[in-house]
Design a protein around this ligand. Structure first.
Ligand code: FO1
Length: 321
């Protein structure tokens, strides 16, 4: 089954941050690196101290490269904060978004390359190679896209200012993807999708991760005639991590596995849900989407690998339709 899914063209995964990284730890165990392309959300990217930080690209790179902070799921393991402390204590520069010393090296390499005229794709390729990644890691676009959050107290905040800076306290009235309409898919993105035997939607935030990738003109259209299988990021009506439960209402969707499948209904062929959501199978099947129910709580790389196998089995089934 798995060989079939990768024989004709590769596997493409659309990914956000931590949930995607956990899933990809499993996918790389069942798909050869040279058959795997990961397209990553860059709407979370932000400039800090003049540095270009790409949280989702770095979370995936560090996780698959074996250097991610094991408890946080983001940032580096064995990290120190000498620079951040000096910035705060000597220069009074607030550290609302923690950048550790090792993590700063990544942002210096990326920012230096961008300053020399390289693209985000080129910087990403260099950083991924330095971490020994052999799969292809692509930003969704090389153009600037910023996820902005409109709040009920009348402000508009960059996603990270809302999520990290204000601990997601302000209620959300709208999510806007500044720059998305003018953004072009990064080099290789549309070709990878066009050649894909299957496209996998990782269990990432449907509004500010997967939704952001789908908002880059050309990407959603390219997916319509490919076998697309996703993993629900919502289990038993709750988020496993992150804040999708705070953002789904802002796009008019319930916090449920079936509602998220509904957001992707125009392109989704298969939907993998947790055992807790067996009761949602009928609602998803009513969308014309095939389903699988399994353990999706990726407490270990073995569960991640089993989940990846389930996804590829379902992909092979829907691919034969
Ligand atoms: N998340 C936090 O909750 N607090 C932080 O200080 C923080 C810093 C940070 C630095 C680099 C990086 O790559 C990620 C970081 N994150 C932090 C996580 C980040 O906000 C989220 O992982 C994504 O943006 C959402 O997927």
């Amino acid at each position: 089954m798995i060989a079939a899914a990768t024989r004709h063209g590769g596997v493409v995964a659309l990914a956000g941050g931590i949930g995607a990284a956990r899933f990809l730890r499993g996918l790389v165990q069942v798909v050869p690196d040279d058959a795997l392309t990961v397209i990553v959300n860059t709407g979370d990217d932000l400039r800090l101290y003049g540095l270009h930080v790409s949280p989702d690209l770095d979370t995936i790179t560090y996780t698959l490269g074996g250097g991610v902070h094991p408890d946080q799921g983001w940032g580096r393991a064995d990290e120190r904060h000498t620079v951040a402390t000096e910035l705060a204590e000597r220069y009074g520069v607030p550290g609302w978004f923690t950048l550790g010393d090792r993590d700063l090296a990544t942002h210096l390499v990326r920012t230096g390359m961008l300053a020399d005229g390289a693209t985000l794709s080129q910087a990403t390729e260099r950083i991924a190679a330095a971490w020994g990644l052999r799969l292809r890691l692509l930003p969704m676009t090389d153009d600037p896209v910023a996820t902005m959050i409109d709040t009920t107290d009348g402000r508009t905040l960059h996603f990270q200012r809302w999520w990290v800076g204000e601990r997601a306290t302000p209620e959300v009235t709208a999510v806007r993807l500044d720059g998305a309409a003018a953004a072009r898919p990064a080099p290789g993105v549309l070709d990878a999708i066009g050649d894909a035997a299957v496209v996998v939607l990782c269990p990432s935030n449907p509004v500010v991760s997967i939704g952001t990738i789908l908002a880059v003109p050309g990407i959603r259209e390219a997916l319509v005639d490919r076998p697309v299988v996703g993993v629900s990021p919502i289990v038993g009506g709750r988020v496993v991590r992150g804040m999708a439960d705070r953002l789904l209402p802002a796009v008019g969707a319930d916090v449920s596995a079936a509602a998220v499948a509904g957001l992707y209904r125009d392109l989704l062929d298969g939907w993998v849900m947790d055992n807790a959501d067996r009761g949602q199978v009928a609602a998803v099947a009513a969308l014309g989407v095939a389903t699988r129910v399994t353990d999706t709580i990726m407490a270990t790389p073995e569960v991640s690998a089993a989940l990846a196998r389930t996804v590829l089995d379902l992909a092979a089934e829907v691919g034969r339709r």
